[in-house]
Design a protein around this ligand. Structure first.
Ligand SMILES: Cc1ncc(COP(=O)(O)O)c(C=O)c1O
Length: 482
């Protein structure tokens, strides 16, 4: 019997062809597959509950099992009818790039373990810095996603503004370090403050937002001034470019002014909306992002990358090194160049840059720009169509390709009296749509209002998909009223 470790080119070719065949079939069927699998948690766990396998089986049997047991239990996030949480339809070039990267198995923690791959990550980071309008001295690194990028950025902020904490920690500080972010910022900001020992509650000041979900800059100024007067140490302010609930962009230039005025580190969480930076038409919405000290971008959102592919950039390209460099006696000191392990949290690092590099070369900036513009236009059309009969309204503006809408049933005589129960109605409409399994939308709360969130994220989504969704949402609202 051949060893399971044997490498046989004929067998590899057959494995690759069979895998590619499944992927091609899956993409072809994607738009008609149910988005939401009909399965319970208990069923999913039971399907794979087995002891440690004593002896192996061949890949043909395993591919058949993948198709039989796993694919039907998968949520079809890449579907054009998934209007969800920033999970795109991965570009095939990026899907296969993952296999190529795995075959090379470069370790991007050290340049000499990944010479060409490090150069490619450096190049994609350069491109992202250029898109942000950053100077030549800027730099950054790829991360597993937006959460880790935010943690990395806040750590760099802390290391820059309170350098003594890198060796001495927070112990012994006489003033409490504080971070400021809008009340609508992503939960990873709280998580980062928690991880960094600042305190997810007491180290983070949540600043109220205006009626459009943008950070209230006057309140921010007042909060920082009051905290300073109370003897605390405000050191970082976070702006959001693409609020998770509604895609709204904070006034980034005004935040840059506040940061400069108080001498704070300025971080912009553009995890999702950075995709809009590809477009000259959309760029004015991001005015001020180029003044940020650090920026989070998530190519696994608007740039249609499979996971994982996040990025953190710093205007001062050396800033990451100050936060993360540590002694590494076992790594040979030969040919040191860009050493990505000293720019972030990870030691051994994957070659995620390959898929982004290939995709950017293949798609090009102009087509990415069109995708962002078209998806925003689709979202605007969706909102206009849904709200035209007066029974629905928008909760927040459409800055990017996310709509936050609310059913009001305003045409009914008793609409005003029914207002308090309308929050539950939004959730019931979402539940009803999800039960159909054909579309995925979600409930959220934004600007203090229960709303329904609809996001155009797949490059396969067309107007007909949204038209069908509108029909379902209207039907769900009517069924609820009946
Ligand atoms: C604004 C924002 N920041 C950060 C994140 C976290 O990104 P990830 O899920 O890649 O960690 C998200 C995710 O939706 C987000 O919307």
């Amino acid at each position: 019997m051949t060893s399971p470790f044997a490498i046989d080119p004929t067998d590899i070719r057959a494995l690759g062809q069979a895998t590619a065949e499944w992927i091609a079939r899956h993409y072809a069927e994607l738009s008609e597959l149910p988005v939401v699998p009909d399965v319970t948690p208990a069923e999913t766990f039971a399907r794979f509950d087995e002891p440690v396998p004593e002896h192996g089986v061949g890949w043909r049997e395993l591919l058949a099992r993948f198709e039989r047991d796993l694919a039907p239990l998968s949520f079809n996030l890449p579907s054009p009818r998934y209007f969800g949480l920033m999970n795109p339809t991965p570009l095939p070039i990026a899907v296969f790039a993952e296999a190529l990267a795995a075959a090379l198995n470069q370790n991007l923690g050290a340049w000499h373990h990944s010479p060409g791959a490090t150069a490619i990550e450096r190049q994609v980071i350069r491109w992202l810095c250029d898109l942000a309008g950053y100077p030549a001295a800027s730099f950054g690194s790829l991360t597993s996603g937006g959460s880790l990028a935010n943690t990395t950025a806040l750590k760099i902020a802390l290391a820059t503004k309170l350098p003594e904490t890198t060796r001495g920690g927070l112990f012994g500080l006489t003033a409490r370090p504080l971070v400021y972010a809008s009340a609508e910022a992503h939960f990873s900001i709280e998580k980062s403050c928690n991880i960094l020992g600042l305190g997810g509650r007491d180290g983070l000041r949540l600043v109220p937002v205006d009626a459009h979900s943008r950070i209230d800059v006057a309140r921010l100024r007042a909060m920082i001034a009051a905290d300073r007067a109370a003897g605390h140490h405000p050191f970082c302010v976070v702006g959001v470019a693409g609020v998770t609930s509604n895609g709204v962009i904070d006034p980034l230039a005004e935040l840059a002014e506040v940061a400069a005025e108080f001498g704070l580190w300025y971080h912009v969480d553009a995890a999702y909306a950075a995709g809009g930076l590809m477009s000259d038409t959309l760029k004015p919405r991001f005015r001020g992002v180029e003044r940020a000290d650090s920026i989070t971008m998530d190519p696994h959102k608007w740039w249609q990358m499979p996971y994982p592919c996040g990025a953190v950039l710093t205007r001062d390209g050396e800033a990451g090194l100050r936060a993360f460099t540590a002694a590494d006696v076992y790594i040979p000191d030969t040919g040191r160049s860009i050493e990505f392990r000293h720019h972030g949290l990870q030691g051994s690092r994957p070659f995620s840059a390959l898929k982004l590099w290939l995709a950017m070369l293949m798609v090009g900036r102009a087509a990415y720009a069109r995708l962002a513009e078209d998806q925003i236009a689709l979202t605007e059309r969706f909102v206009a169509e849904l709200t035209k009969d007066g029974d629905w309204r928008t909760v927040t503006p459409v800055d990017t390709a996310i709509a936050a809408v609310r059913f009001t049933g305003a045409r009914r005589q008793d609409a005003k009296e029914r207002l308090p129960e309308l929050d539950a109605v939004q959730d019931r409409i979402v539940d009803r749509v999800l039960k159909g399994r054909r579309h995925w939308i979600s409930p959220t709360t934004t600007v203090g209002t229960r709303a329904i969130r609809v996001m155009v994220i797949s490059h396969l989504t067309r107007w007909e998909h949204l038209e069908e969704l509108i029909g379902e949402m209207r039907a769900a609202a009517s069924a609820n009223e009946a």
